[in-house]
Design a protein around this ligand. Structure first.
Ligand code: HEM
Length: 204
């Protein structure tokens, strides 16, 4: 129990470090000619990383048999939402100058913005229902069903990244493969009747 609490503190502090570094770089003007663009791309990448880590928890837990990893999932998901909110805010500020009508027009006009918005909006109900109280209120089964939205969110996020990259698609491709593997693994353990000790990725 004490180990898990320590692990949570370690993950919490480490998850804040990229934000501290970003603020440090912004403060010292080490962010190129366009600081808000820098903030948008950095927070976008952080959102995608935390979202992927959240989806990776169950496969990692099952493959390596580390059950306590599940205790980190909520925190990682909330960090994904936190960085996603910062990412959206920098876009509304830098790209749209806080003109909300123009945000709506942009969502309709640019498909990559639509995909990003879908990824973000799909995360919102998960963040809202992340408390123990909400798990109780919804009931475990309904809560778990609702939280499957994270898979749609991470797919939309990868599509968003893929669509916005103009030439070098290596990074979005890497994320696409990682997400495909993670979701494929989930499907595999859900629908394949694995025999003990013969499966490459055994059930618990
Ligand atoms: C789960 C939600 C989201 C994720 C994971 C995400 C992820 C990303 C990533 C990885 C990048 C590229 C960073 C880079 O170039 O290194 C990016 C850029 C960007 N995203 Fe998002 N995004 C999300 C939501 C949104 C939303 C809601 C909007 C706006 C409505 C948005 C607008 C943008 C813009 C304008 C850029 C910069 C494009 C450019 O460089 O020209 N994103 N995002």
């Amino acid at each position: 129990m004490a180990d898990v609490r320590f692990l949570k503190v370690v993950v919490f502090v480490n998850s804040l470090i990229p934000l501290v570094l970003l603020l440090w770089d912004l403060y010292h003007k080490r962010v190129g000619p366009n600081p808000l663009q820098f903030a948008t791309t950095t927070t976008g990448m952080l959102t995608l990383i935390f979202l992927s880590l959240t989806v990776a928890i169950t496969p990692l837990r099952k493959i390596f048999g580390i059950n306590s990893l599940v205790k980190l999932r909520r925190m990682l998901g909330l960090f994904a939402f936190f960085y996603g909110t910062l990412h959206l805010l920098t876009y509304i500020w830098f790209d749209r100058s806080f003109n909300f009508n123009s945000v709506v027009t942009d969502v309709v006009k640019r498909p990559f913005i639509l995909a990003g918005m879908a990824a973000f909006l799909l995360m919102a109900p998960l963040a809202i229902t992340s408390t123990n109280k909400m798990v109780k209120r919804l009931g475990g089964k309904r809560w778990a069903r609702l939280h499957r939205l994270v898979y749609l969110s991470v797919i939309a996020a990868v599509v968003h990244f893929w669509m916005l990259v103009k030439s070098d698609t290596r990074l979005p491709l890497t994320f696409a493969f990682i997400v495909l593997f993670l979701l494929g693994y989930r499907l595999l353990i859900r629908y394949m009747p694995a025999e003990p000790n013969t499966s490459l990725f055994p059930r618990e």
